[in-house]
Ligand binder design. Sequence first.
Ligand code: MLT
Length: 317
Amino acid sequence: MALNIGSVLILDGVGQNCGEILAQNGIYATNTVKITEEELLRTVSVYDALVVRSATQVTKDVLDAGKELKVVARAGAGVDNIDVGAAADKGICVINAPGANALSACEMTCGLIMTLTRHIVPAVSALRDGRWERSKYTGTEVNGRTLAILGLGRVGREVAVRMHAFGMKIIGYDPFVTAEQCESFHCTKMELDEIWPLAEYITLHTPLIESTRNFINADVFKRCKKGVKIINVGRGGLINEKDLLDALNSGQVGGAAIDVFEQEPPTDPLTWQIIKHPSVIATPHLGASTKEAQLRVGQEIAEQLVNLAKPGTYTTP
Ligand code: MLT
């Protein structure tokens, strides 16, 4: 059975190639970068499919308003901004492009580990302000340090391979990956209780689901080495922001590189205290924001939509 997909609303700055591929296949596509929730609720009713990145919240209200919606496509990996339960109830198919931006997210993570370790951001700011502060920004090497990777999917594995090449000891946790699989990407699989006291760096690459919300919290920080560094290019919500701020203030966490936030863009003053903390480098959800990743994501999503619209490719449960 084919889905009747004649028109697609593309949001959140998804690559132009997505709409181009759809158009080449006879599917009408509108690409709108910015839209308010109100506008979306008003306009979504005429579209058969919706393509989003992380900015648009595809709530039950949006799904209800999308009278013709058959597919919601996430141009990326995480579907936590889509009410998948409500979509399933309405028979709306949710698709994503899980691997397409993994390398970019990995490279961002590795870059942040190095940037944090060598104090590059504050050193650049000081020099721009005319201050030549060499001794203040003495860093450490990552060689020989222990990096814990939580979530050993596509991104976590790529991070393991690259940071192992920098001489880091890689330990990791993922209930769905075996110890043998871990060996193939230079990682020693451990349980969480074993990880906390060993980790000098912790990087997060798990999806945000109910069981991983607030995964990293005050209790975890207490069990970690003093001065542990935290990197989050995964999802806001994996770290309890209040607990992170407390741990940064006490020095229990020695530094953090944060690309994703509980709310984006952040409005909570507490989140802004984290962003502006002297031990933090923060970026505005840039993990997947590369030309290459966006081209791959746009193409993969467009091809999936074209395939779903072809007879004989979609089977209902
Ligand atoms: C993802 O889930 O893959 C990323 O959040 C993608 C994005 O930045 O849109």
